[in-house]
Design a protein around this ligand. Structure first.
Ligand SMILES: [Zn+2]
Length: 242
């Protein structure tokens, strides 16, 4: 029996200067990454933003895609529709001016959006958009793509963890406490069932929580597998990726 195909993709939000270190780590394991960058992110101190030269450096690397994340990382549902349209479109234009190439993937800041924003993202010329929904091995709608696991110690719902742990309480406790264990369990499940394994996070969050070793452990585990296809998010928009 031919095993069902597994696709691995990763994405990293916000455009923090530590994205460079994250891209170095991905390169070490040959895992592609899409970096969703808000070039004037108001939630980051200006000194912490990845400068234009850093964005260009990332874009020039193999296996790296630059994606839109609005211009300033404002919460779309909290601003009027005209401002939202500008945020989506201007973020794309600014990134394209910096890297000199089209930007086709988008990520909603904080995963917050309404139906009007989905339309605006498509009208701006993006081909796919990622949300912050987790626990999925299918991308779902291309303009509202779900993910599998976040590189961050979220409180995961207990029934899901129990299911993933095959009912073993000690294993469930481990999954509940450590996102890297959860990320590895999801990968095993994806290998078994086929599907799209989407790991995402924030370089600044990995750093703030001292999680570089956990992230490296996950990357080492999920990389270099035969029969697994490793792609950027943008490739998922192309027919047949999933
Ligand atoms: Zn963000």
């Amino acid at each position: 029996m031919t095993p069902r195909r597994t696709v691995v993709t990763t994405s990293w939000d916000d455009g923090h200067r530590l994205d460079t270190a994250l891209a170095d780590l991905l390169a070490r394991y040959d895992v592609p990454g899409t970096f969703y960058i808000a070039p004037r992110n108001v939630e980051l101190r200006p000194a912490d933003r990845l400068p234009a030269a850093g964005i260009r450096d990332l874009a020039a690397r193999g296996g790296v895609e630059i994606g839109g994340h609005t211009l300033s990382h404002l919460r779309l549902p909290l601003i009027d529709d005209t401002s939202a349209r500008e945020q989506v479109a201007l973020g794309k234009i600014e990134l394209e001016n910096i890297i000199g190439a089209p930007v086709v993937s988008f990520c909603y800041p904080r995963g917050e959006y309404r139906a009007v924003h989905v339309r605006q993202v498509a009208q701006a010329g993006f081909r796919l958009a990622r949300t912050v929904r987790r626990s999925s091995l299918a991308t779902g709608p291309v303009m509202e793509m779900a993910t599998t696991v976040n590189a961050y110690a979220h409180r995961v719902d207990v029934p899901l963890v129990l299911r993933l742990a095959g009912g073993r309480p000690a294993r469930a406790a481990q999954l509940y406490r450590h996102w890297d264990e959860l990320a590895i369990r999801w990968f095993d499940l994806c290998l078994e069932r086929g599907g799209v394994y989407h790991l995402w996070g924030h370089s600044w969050e990995v750093d703030a929580r001292g999680d570089w070793a956990r992230l490296e452990r996950v990357l080492a585990y999920i990389s270099g597998r035969p029969d697994v296809r490793y792609v950027t998010n943008g490739t998922l928009a192309e027919a047949g990726a999933a």
